[in-house]
Structure formats: structure tokens, C-alpha cells
Design a protein around this ligand. Sequence first.
Ligand code: WQD
Length: 345
Amino acid sequence: MTGIISELLGSGSIIMNILAAGGAGYIGSHTCIALLEAGHSVIVADNLVNSTGRTLERISDITKKDFVFYKIDVTDRAAVDEVFSNNAIDGVIHFAGHKSVSESAEKPLEYYYNNTVSTMVLAKACVKYGTGRFVFSSSATVYGDNKVPFTETMELCPTTNPYGETKVISERILRDSVRSHRGLSVSLLRYFNPIGAHNSGLIGEQPLYVPNNLMPYIIEVANKKLDKLLIFGNDYPTPDGTGIRDYIHVMDLAEGHVAALEYLKEGVVVFNLGTGKGTSVLQLIKTFEETNDIKIPYEFVQRRTGDIAICYADVSKAEQELNWKAGRDLADMCRDAWRFGKNGQ
Ligand code: WQD
């Protein structure tokens, strides 16, 4: 049975029931807001291992809308089956992955198991219940150390860590599933570097454990929980010697998911979600300092193993086909990240 597409919005867009697996996490929670604001209904499935129930309350506070929540692990087939049998689900967005590159090297089995089994369990449920739309949280990491800008048609390079491999493998599982299950449409969204927070300051990136990524560290320094930021390498072949990344505001990324869900057609489509602009570590620090009027002391240390010099997207495909474009700039990202981060949340 196909999920019920309940009604048409005035604009002609369809209202859908969307299962957000991992919807309480950083990208998931912001996407739930974008989905609810676009008029869709949301069902969150999350085991809260790296998120909290408070985030879910805040999604409701911000949107003034309710949604259904299941505290389940999406590697649990019986639990996922129950969610599908109790709800007419039109589409799934799978954010429920472990995401720390360094932790993935320490716990490869946990990463391979969680990130690929969750993909298979959700895809199997889609096939069983006739849910046609599947959006997958992939990562620019699948491009490895390719030549920039990264385009969707590039051959994927080996990644340097188990986390990256789980994304490559999950993409392959979904491609193969689509080949033999007509009616299943998949969108592989390759995220670049999401930072920032919802402009209410109520939700944002909240690493429950030691942070790995740059912005959470900048926030720790700004909050004086750390004396200084360690910059991993100043001898890269870039104008200032520090690594270059394509930072994207998490709300732009969230809105990209809504566009991708509404666009889906039979088969597999791949989109880069980035801004297309490269920013160095030093440029990001400078923008953060100027926007928020806070000094971020730093020290250069050795390169981090596995890091590449430059990573930014070719975003022309998403802009043309999804009619979506990241509109928020680096200052917006720094201001919104700090509005949330300064409360030490
Ligand atoms: C950005 C830049 C660092 C911390 C990873 C994953 C990717 C995606 C996002 C997961 C680099 C430098 C960082 C610090 C530093 N996935 N840096 N000091 O490595 O581009 O991407 O996270 O969610 O798949 O690979 O992001 O934020 O860790 O690093 O100098 O304390 O900041 O060397 O140049 P990365 P990042």
C-alpha cells in the first residue's frame, strides 16, 4: 500500500507524512523545523544516544506544531516495523548515523553496524510498506581527496576512516535496492560542513561527548571552557596555509532536505548540499570574532591525520534541479552558532 498523500498545499506541493530517523540530532532537528514549517507531518524515531528530549520540545516551541515521537533504535527491525504499520509514511529521511570520524576509527564495528544496518532496516520497511521516498544523509567525505570543486558525477575516492566508508556503503546499498524495487526513489544528499543553529537560539549543535568539529571547539573557546583553539596545520597548499571547507548554515541544509523530498522521482538522484564557497580555518575564526566581538586565541599544531587540504562543492546541480540555494552567509552562521552556544547548552 502506498503511503497516503493527504492533501495539496495551495502552491501545488504535496503534504507528506515524513519519518525523520535521527530527527532529534543536530541536522535532523533543524530539518524537522523546516518540514513542519513547509506543512508536512513529522514522525521522529530516535534513540537519543547523541541527543536529548529537550530538543524535541523545542522543535514544538519554535514551530507551534506537534509531531509524533518514537524512542527507538532504527537498527531494531521489529520497532521500525511497528512505526510503519501504525503510520502511513510517505517518505523517510535517514539521519540516524554515528558521525564522529575519530570515534569511528576507535569503534569501527559499532560504526559499520549502526550506520549500514539502519539504512537496510529503513529501506526494507519502505519496500514492505510501499513508502516511495527515501532521503539519505550522506557526506562530502565520500569524495575523498578529489580535485575541487566536487561534482556529483565524480568517481568516489577511498575515504580515510570507517565513518566515511559507512556513507559509501550505505549509498551503494540504496542504489542496489532501487535497481530491484521499482517505486522506491532515493535522494543521496552529500553534506559539506554544516554549522550554525536555528536563529531562535533554542536548538543547535550540542555534542554530548568531546566535540570533533571546528565550530563546537570555537564555541568552547568563546565560552572560556578551553584556553585556545588548536588549528590542525598551517602548511596546506592554501592561501593562508589552513584547511579550506565549504561551511553551510544548518537551516539552509534543512531546507535543502525539504526541496529534495518534494523533488524525488523514481531512481536515484545525488545532490551536493553546500554553498560552493571555500573558507579557511583562519577566515572562519576572523568572521566569528568580528560578528560576535569575541577573541578566539589559537595555536597552530600538526595536521590532523586523514584531513584533506581543500573541500568545497559544485552546487550547480542542486541549484538548478532543486531550485534551492544556500542563502545564509558566514556571518549568519557564526552569529547563530554563538546565539545558541553562548548559553553553554
Ligand atoms: C574543519 C576544518 C580541520 C577542529 C568532518 C567529516 C565530514 C562531516 C563534517 C560529519 C579542518 C580544522 C577542526 C579543530 C581545526 N561529517 N580543525 N581544529 O573534517 O572537514 O569534516 O565533519 O558530521 O564528513 O569528515 O570538519 O569541522 O572537523 O574540520 O583546525 O579543533 O577545521 O583540520 O580543516 P571536516 P571539521
